[in-house]
Design a protein around this ligand. Structure first.
Ligand SMILES: [Zn+2]
Ligand SMILES: [Zn+2]
Length: 282
């Protein structure tokens, strides 16, 4: 097995900031970590001291730790509500600016929920929102759309749908995808009964070029349950054996893996990261 995978987890930057989280990532055995650029329940653009963020980003880089940002959950790219759409766009542009100053290569956003507007109008709203966001942002942090479990009215469940969204939005190479294993399993997309078929579809839909980050999570609920509940690695419905089969495929080893399992304390991520390495045959 050629590439040594880069593995990490979602960490808090409250208190110690980016540099503190990078030190903790090191202690946990991580190569990379994910963080919220601002309060995950808030849209409000945050004013930051970019020079200070750059200093902290340099400290993280000196430790050899990479970072990836994740937008607040409250944003909704598919809403047809004008006020919420504007708040979402402003918030994500602000997140890209913060993430860029933090030296993060990627900002992950959830695909939208169209609620009562219907899938077609929701998709149109999302296309317009992402185009506007990337036209307003001049840096080089990339925006990654995350696949969903298909709860309620969420867009972006299947690989075909994600590929089509990226194609239609069509702005520039700053748009990519974050692939979550729990969401894909719950959406009925990541089928361990036919992993070869899944990998074939991965290439057919261009995921080998589009996916820049993998969210590595087990799932509390079953295949095609459409319920998004993460579970500790190996303790959910995907299980150790299937995770190991996934992690040993060469396609997935060159993409960083970020763990977002329901740990009670971040120190538990040390065990999750070493288990991921073990399952990957490291
Ligand atoms: Zn995720
Ligand atoms: Zn999730």
């Amino acid at each position: 097995m050629e590439a040594r995978p880069r593995i990490g987890a979602h960490l808090s930057v409250a208190g110690g900031g980016l540099a503190g989280a990078a030190v903790r990532a090191r202690e946990l055995g991580a190569d990379i970590f994910q963080y919220f650029p601002k309060n995950p329940r808030s849209y409000r653009p945050k004013t930051v001291d970019k020079d200070e963020l750059r200093r902290q980003a340099d400290q993280a880089a000196r430790l050899g730790i990479e970072s990836v940002a994740h937008s607040p959950y409250v944003t909704n790219l598919s809403t047809v509500d004008e006020n919420l759409a504007r708040l979402t766009r402003d918030s994500i542009v602000n997140d890209l600016e913060i993430a860029g100053a933090c030296g993060s290569a990627y900002l992950i956003v959830h695909c939208g929920r169209y609620v009562e507007a219907g899938a077609e109008r929701g998709r149109e709203a999302m296309v317009a929102a992402v185009r506007e966001i990337l036209s307003r942002y001049e840096g080089d942090c990339r925006l990654l759309l995350e696949n969903t479990a298909g709860q309620g009215t969420e867009l972006g469940q299947t690989l075909e749908e994600l590929a089509e969204l990226v194609r239609v939005i069509g702005v520039d190479e700053r748009l990519g995808i974050c692939f979550d294993t729990c969401h894909a399993y719950a959406a009925g997309v990541l089928d361990f009964g036919d992993l070869d078929g899944f990998v074939r579809k991965w290439y057919e839909t261009g995921m080998d070029k589009l996916v820049k980050v993998i969210h590595l999570n087990d799932s509390k609920y079953g295949f095609a349950s459409h319920k998004d509940r993460h579970e500790y690695l190996g303790r959910g419905m995907i299980g150790r054996e299937n995770l190991a089969r996934f992690l040993r495929r060469p396609e997935f080893r060159t993409i960083p893996w970020l763990i977002e399992t329901p740990v009670a304390d971040e120190s538990e991520y040390a065990g999750e990261i070493s288990l991921a390495r073990e399952l990957a045959g490291e």
